[in-house]
Ligand binder design. Structure first.
Ligand SMILES: [Fe+2]
Length: 191
């Protein structure tokens, strides 16, 4: 059987499709994680090429500026609190969420540094120095570790524990965060 190409489910700009938000918000979060994995691969390439690809630098900067902050809010303001409320004690989800939140504190410090380097047009033309390369590789490595935790532990437990009401509320908040709730209301069929 032919395997589905995950990138075919992305929009032409490589972002998770807003349409997926209209179905199950956990599927949308999983798609953002796939995009994040692609971004990590791009960061590795940027860090190891003599001269980085300008389009890759722009794509990584766009993801870190636009898509990632909303994704982090989706998880921190909706997904994680709902899981803490719904999970059984034997799920032992508290320490996992605590670790993710603690590590994100460090990522929040690193991201502006990464963006500063990615915005340096002169360095992109001549190649990044060793300090910047090491910073890129460390950032991608940390991000991958979080993705493993989120995909292997958080999302499967969320799918088992969150209720239809939770998912509806999460979907509504995610649409609002992206200004899509207004758009959806405008094109809703008349009652
Ligand atoms: Fe995530």
């Amino acid at each position: 059987m032919e395997r589905e190409d995950p990138s075919a489910r992305m929009s032409s700009r490589g972002q998770a499709r807003p349409a997926d938000l209209f179905t199950n918000p956990l599927n949308f979060i999983a798609e953002v994680h796939m995009r994040e994995r692609e971004i990590c691969a791009m960061i590795d390439t940027i860090a190891t090429n003599d001269v980085p690809n300008e389009a890759d630098c722009a794509a990584v900067a766009a993801f870190l500026r636009c898509q990632l902050p909303r994704h982090l809010e989706d998880e921190e303001l909706d997904l994680f609190p709902m899981m803490l409320a719904r999970c059984d004690p034997e799920d032992d989800i508290g320490p996992v969420i605590e670790k993710l939140l603690h590590d994100r504190g460090h990522a929040a410090v690193d991201t502006p540094e990464i963006l500063l380097v990615l915005d340096d047009g002169a360095a992109i033309k001549t190649g990044f120095d060793d300090v910047a390369r090491a910073m890129f590789l460390a950032f991608a490595s940390h991000s991958r570790r979080h993705l493993i935790l989120e995909n292997a532990i958080i999302l499967p437990i969320a799918r088992a524990r969150l209720t239809a009401k939770d998912l509806k509320l999460m979907r509504q908040h995610m649409l609002e965060r992206r200004g899509l709730d207004v758009l959806l209301a405008r094109f809703a069929p008349p009652h």
